[in-house]
Write a protein that binds this ligand. Sequence first.
Ligand code: ZN
Ligand code: FE
Length: 255
Amino acid sequence: MTLQIHQFPCLSDNYGFLIHDEETQTTAAIDTPDPNAILNELHEKQWNLTHIFNTHHHFDHTGGNETLKEKTNCQIYGPQAEKSRIPLIDHPLSEGDTAKLGNFEATILEVPGHTAGHIAYHFAKEKILFVGDTLFVMGCGRLFEGTAEQMWQSLSKLRRLPDETIVYCAHEYSAANAAFALSLTPNDEAVRSRKTAIDAARAKNMPTVPTRMDWEKAANPFLRADSASLAQALHMTGAAPTEIFAETRRRKDSF
Ligand code: ZN
Ligand code: FE
């Protein structure tokens, strides 16, 4: 029994995801960037939408809620802390809650920073993680509503999940993130080889999502704010990881 995952591009640089349990014929959309694209993919797969799992309130993640609810009468799950901003939410979720899709079950991780109530959906048995705009390939979400300390704690929580966890991010930002990472640590072999692989994939218009937690731990500067090499690169040896994280995020904002 496997959780089927169908990924497709939406809007300018978002990914849509449909996840499906064949036995119970249940299907969830992870966020709703583009309702028409999602309806087309459902039609193509011959899947009926039964659930929406929202990660945070931004419009490119919830903009399709109303249309999809109207067309399919699906149940909508999302962060308790943002429930007033998630259109038509039925099931508000907090840390440690579970969201079921047929035979499968996600545990909710609260990962504030990009927004104040952002959540991730962790299918622990399958080692699959949907992170929305918290963690990207070689990057992380901008701090729109949270502090650097909050985001560093959120990323540290994700980093503690098993190395082989498959990570689905909501945007294709990898090429720009890789260029930034290499600018920080030009001699880092893990960063350099990852950038080469990303550039090769993007040259063929291939997605770089999903990624793996161990790949991110090796080459994502935002998961390495407590590494000696990043501290040294920033001339911040001895500084607290939160300070190093904050400086890295600041530099990326103006890269
Ligand atoms: Zn967002
Ligand atoms: Fe987004």
